[in-house]
Design a protein around this ligand. Structure first.
Ligand code: FE
Length: 359
């Protein structure tokens, strides 16, 4: 006879209840372990981005597919984004920050909004002149600041350097956006690095004397002003020109037909380049994912999406872009001033512009 037979009814019921409690407890612990690992699988990355391009959807989706890390994205323009980071302070959920222009990246670094990281992958893949010296931020695509001119009024050799924009022969012919815009500040800061402050101030004075109108509008407005005959020469970032090249709008086609495009300073210092870049936020709650994301952005596949999204060039060599309009522009000699040095000279650039009245 088994032991059970010796138990009374009440005792048997008690034993059953105890077993049930144990089973329930075991099941509960299995369930909670599963939930725990489900939460671990729901890894997230909070991305603050000043980019807003359609191809970025694929860029982020591929990262999530590869790593299981979900991306929560906040898209704002650069200034609003930096303002938000500042006001959130130590409570900011931001893990990664994406910005355009070296001057802005440098400013954010100075304002303590980033944290330096060490990454062998990033240091190997991204050229040293396209990132901060201390790992505070990294360039992921480049854009060139180029010269556009009215083909009916000027020959390429009249305007094939930045320096020539100050030539008195161009009096009343130059259109420009505000000197205080980061794209201009970066260009002028790079000139200070190359030519020194005195020579750059003299140049800026010459450009002011040549202006066809007070500085206004964005880069595309400068290209349109050249086509409209308001001025004969202007500066623009390369991707605004490529956008017009790719446009099916007859008005844009007219603009492209009238306007010439050239790479400045090919016989001397090379064309000024700038970057779109990224950094790990100072108070990143998900620091490991943030580094992983930046390393992902330096992978060949991500580089193609990142650069193509805004008709820019990848920073990693040998990446194939399926972008015929960009390819049609051909290759050029780029300036070698490190983008980190550009940031350093932007304050001097602004003071110099104030002195010469380049608003
Ligand atoms: Fe832009």
């Amino acid at each position: 006879m088994g032991r059970r037979a010796t138990l009374g009814r009440g005792e048997a019921w008690l034993e059953f209840s105890l077993r049930a409690v144990v089973v329930v407890a075991v099941l509960a612990s299995i369930l909670s372990a599963r939930q725990g690992s489900a939460q671990a699988r729901e890894a997230v990355l909070n991305l603050y981005s000043a980019r807003h391009y359609q191809t970025d959807e694929a860029l982020y989706a591929n990262f999530t597919k590869q790593t299981g890390v979900k991306i929560n994205r906040i898209e704002l323009n650069d200034d609003a984004l930096l303002q938000r980071l500042k006001s959130e302070g130590a409570n900011s959920p931001a893990d990664v920050v994406l910005l355009v222009d070296a001057a802005r990246l440098w400013r954010a670094q100075q304002d303590g909004l980033f944290q330096p990281i060490q990454s062998k992958v990033l240091n190997e893949r991204i050229p040293a002149n396209l990132r901060a010296d201390d790992g505070s931020w990294y360039g992921f695509s480049t854009r060139a600041r180029v010269i556009v001119y009215d083909k009916a009024k000027l020959k390429p050799e009249d305007v094939d350097t930045y320096e020539k924009l100050a030539d008195p022969k161009l009096k009343g012919m130059v259109c420009t956006r505000s000197g205080s815009h980061p794209y201009m500040l970066s260009l002028i800061a790079a000139m200070i690095e190359r030519n020194g402050e005195a020579a750059t101030e003299k140049w800026a004075r010459g450009v002011v004397a040549n202006m066809a109108r007070d500085p206004k509008g964005g880069d595309t407005d400068q290209i349109r002003a050249v086509a409209a005959g308001e001025c004969a020469v202007a500066l623009t970032n390369s991707y605004y020109w490529v956008r017009l090249l790719r446009s099916a709008d007859p008005k844009d086609k007219e603009v492209v037909a009238k306007v010439g495009y050239l790479w400045p300073n090919q016989a001397t210092s090379g064309t000024h380049i700038n970057v779109s870049g990224g950094a790990v936020a100072r108070h990143a709650p998900n620091r490991d994912h943030a580094i992983r994301f930046l390393e992902y952005l330096a992978s060949p596949e991500a580089q193609a999406y990142f650069a193509n999204g805004n008709n820019e060039w990848p920073v990693v060599k040998g990446v194939n872009l399926d972008n015929p309009a960009l390819a049609a522009l051909g290759s050029f000699k780029a300036e070698t001033v490190p983008v980190s040095a550009i940031g350093r000279s932007t304050a001097a650039a602004q003071r110099l512009l104030d002195r010469v009245g380049y608003r």
